[in-house]
Design a protein around this ligand. Sequence first.
Ligand SMILES: Nc1nc2c(ncn2[C@@H]2O[C@H](COP(=O)(O)OP(=O)(O)OP(=O)(O)O)[C@@H](O)[C@H]2O)c(=O)[nH]1
Ligand SMILES: [Mg+2]
Length: 314
Amino acid sequence: MQQSDVITPKIQWYPGHIAKYERKLSELLKLVDVVVEVLDARLPVASVNHRLEVTIRNKPTLIILNKSDLADPAQNRRWQKALAGENRRVMLYDAKGGQAKAQLIQHVLALGEAAMQKLMAKGRKRRPVRVLVAGMPNVGKSTLINSIVGQKKTKTGHRAGVTRDTQWVRIHPEVELMDSPGVIPPQLDSDEAGALLATVSSIGDAAFDEEEVARFLIETIDRLYPGQLARYFKLTEGEAPTLENMALARHYKLSGDQPDLLRTAQALLTEFRHARPGRITLEHAQHTPKEPESGEAESRTRQAPEPTEPPAEI
Ligand SMILES: Nc1nc2c(ncn2[C@@H]2O[C@H](COP(=O)(O)OP(=O)(O)OP(=O)(O)O)[C@@H](O)[C@H]2O)c(=O)[nH]1
Ligand SMILES: [Mg+2]
């Protein structure tokens, strides 16, 4: 496919409930000791809300790379290292599986300890650590909270904008989490960030053209995981992974034998969102020389080839 054929769709989406919540955010931040910033592990850069990061500046932060079950395991490990910093811990999470919840609570307690010590130094009683769970729409904030409490305390859904107001949930005798609506800046950093967010449903689907976003997704996957989509759609040798060829391979046709491009685009987006073509990360971290390249259990489940270096030996 010619890269020049693909336009990066322009996307604008800023619903009223998000604007309202964003205005409230700086007040809420005064109430909390720790911020859990939930990112989509498939988009560890585009799903960062820079406005939110500026607002939370000095709060101890736990970055959760959520939906790590859908992302490329090798990239998961790299991003986990790349994003860590002072007063900033990073963990991989799968809110649907919810296995690492004890670890999550431990991180939050450790990050909140300084605030508790400060409180007690002023002669006040220790109280539960208060945590704001924040992040872009649909990254899994509410599912994460439910995974920890083991109950459906907060409403979840596969589209952006499900949580519309804030809600406190006690997740542990010493930890209270606040669920919050997904926040997206009124202006995204770039058209590319908007298009990437659309591929994972972090933007309401009425705000974008599925065919354009699907073409953008094909171009992005084919650049990072060459051949993967052609294999998944069972294209014949030498056939480029275009929406047209995928429609023909699936026999998705309109009357007059024209390829049904909309149906193909919708199928590709849905299947990608469930990682059916493989576990794919759409933004890749640079390789660091110290990183172990082989022998880790996770690499066994890896389905996608790594374009920047030879595949890990298993
Ligand atoms: N595979 C997988 N799916 C997840 C994970 N976390 C959440 N989901 C799914 O992602 C969708 C969005 O989850 P929510 O918890 O509603 O997301 P949210 O961040 O609260 O969304 P808003 O309230 O709209 O901002 C739901 O369909 C969840 O089932 C995860 O770790 N892995
Ligand atoms: Mg929610």
